[in-house]
Design a protein. Structure first.
Length: 155
């Protein structure tokens, strides 16, 4: 992937995954809307434990793995192409580990018809929004020098 296409490609993937979560949530809500109720579930509902635990683990593992995977890309000896390839892979993993728990919460919504689980969907989507690839953040994460920033079109 060419460095000047990197940010655009990363944004396209980000928005596609975001729209997937939103559309799946809307479809799930439309399917259950006639039977939907809001109630704080008890311990007899397995999703009451599964949804928040999977969300926290997914976000935590996503951050941990992202930092672990981009560490080699921060070396100044790496070329811009190597840095962007590493970053791209790390970002996809991070997005997936954030999107997965949101989809688990949507499945909990579908299975239980309890809109309580929209809370976890909302938290996951709001967190996912914070992961939006911004040129300045990418440059900081990859420890880009002036020439590499210029090649990517980052000011």
């Amino acid at each position: 992937m060419q460095p000047n296409n990197f940010i655009r490609t990363n944004n396209i993937i980000f928005f596609a995954m975001m729209m997937g979560m939103i559309v799946f949530t809307i479809i799930a809500f439309v399917v259950i809307k006639d039977n939907a109720e809001f109630a704080i579930p008890g311990m007899e509902d397995p999703f009451f434990i599964i949804a928040p635990v999977v969300l926290v683990i997914g976000m935590g593992m996503g951050n941990f793995l992202f930092q672990k995977l981009i560490t080699p890309a921060q070396e100044e000896s790496k070329s811009l192409h190597q840095k962007t390839s590493i970053y791209f892979s790390a970002t996809i993993i991070r997005y997936g580990l954030t999107e997965g728990p949101v989809l688990v919460a949507v499945v909990a919504l579908l299975q239980s018809t309890n809109i309580f689980y929209l809370i976890f969907v909302g938290i996951g989507i709001l967190y996912f929004l914070t992961l939006k690839p911004r040129p300045e953040k990418i440059a900081k994460d990859l420890n880009l020098d002036y020439d590499q920033r210029d090649e990517m079109g980052i000011k």
